[in-house]
Design a protein around this ligand. Structure first.
Ligand code: AMP
Length: 279
């Protein structure tokens, strides 16, 4: 695997490969890699001839400085996992390589930015778009792979791509879970043994919602039951449980073509998100 830390070197290298007719598949990450990230990489390997992974803990998308400070950064282990998985290129820049002083970014994507996660993490999606736009500009991927785990993020990036007319195809990959249902996340290492048990209520509530929906139950009942289940779990603070239209992320209704149940909660000191597509 080739490892680059500067924009110029990685973009020159990829430019040569693209000139030789290779297609580039890109998997942006913040590192602390787990099977979820590696499943994106596997998808990229199937669909592109060269696979680039980036590891960059992007400060502009953290609205909580403590969360940024304690974000895990096991770079040596990550490199080993990528080597083993057969990744072709790793781009691992420093913050100073990615950002000059006093940079400004804003792209109006309407209410999508302020719903769900946006309510609880103000500014988060502007930071996400800012870094993903920079990374796309450097890597110039044909295809970019993002996880359904961050469903709203996929919609935000998709909106940015269409508003700016970026020449990249977005691919959404399914959520990888632990055997007991917990969605894999780099933040799971912060869960204590007790938190780890309590965290299962999220996937349980999502499965219950899907079962209720399949059984023809009303959306408002499903939402209320799930919220109740999570609110009664010790050590767990529900932020939202919403049944949303899969295209607009507004409240779903019977005419919604796709419907997603999305949840965010704090378990102990760790904030977790998860979702299930129920239609
Ligand atoms: P992160 O490093 O958390 O920014 O995640 C990098 C990419 O991996 C994003 O597109 C995430 O949606 C995706 N991802 C994170 N967790 C999972 C998971 N459990 N299953 C599938 N993809 C995931």
């Amino acid at each position: 695997m080739k490892i680059f830390t500067t924009k110029n070197e990685v973009s020159q290298y990829l430019h040569q490969l693209k000139s030789a007719g290779k297609t580039v598949g890109f998997v942006p990450t913040m590192g602390a890699l787990h099977q979820g990230h590696l499943s994106l990489l596997a998808q990229a390997q199937q669909q592109a001839s060269v696979v680039v992974c980036s590891i960059f803990v992007n400060p502009t998308q953290f609205n909580d400085p403590k969360d940024l400070d304690k974000y895990p950064r096991p770079i040596e282990a990550d490199i080993q996992k990528l080597e083993q998985a057969g990744c072709d290129v790793l781009f691992n820049p420093a913050v100073t390589e990615m950002y000059a002083d006093n940079e400004n970014w804003h792209l109006d994507i309407g209410e999508l930015e302020h719903l769900l996660e946006g309510k609880f993490r103000p500014g988060h999606y502007q930071g996400v778009m800012q870094v993903v736009h920079k990374l796309f500009d450097i890597v110039k991927p044909d295809l970019a792979f993002f996880g359904q785990k961050d469903y709203q993020q996929v919609m935000v990036i998709s909106r940015m791509i269409s508003l700016l007319g970026l020449p990249v195809k977005l691919v959404m990959c399914p959520i990888e879970r632990e055997a007991d249902g917990l969605a894999m996340s780099s933040r799971n290492i912060h869960l204590t043994a007790d938190d780890r048990l309590h965290s299962l209520v999220l996937s349980k509530a999502l499965i219950q919602a899907k079962t209720g929906f399949d059984g023809g139950e009303a959306l408002t009942n499903i939402q209320q039951q799930a919220a109740d289940l999570i609110s009664h779990e010790p050590g767990t603070q529900l932020e939202y449980f919403e049944i949303a239209d899969g295209e607009t992320l507004r409240e779903a209704n019977s005419s919604s073509n796709s419907i997603v149940a999305l949840v965010a909660a704090r378990v102990g000191n760790t904030r977790l998100i998860d979702n299930v597509i129920i239609r």
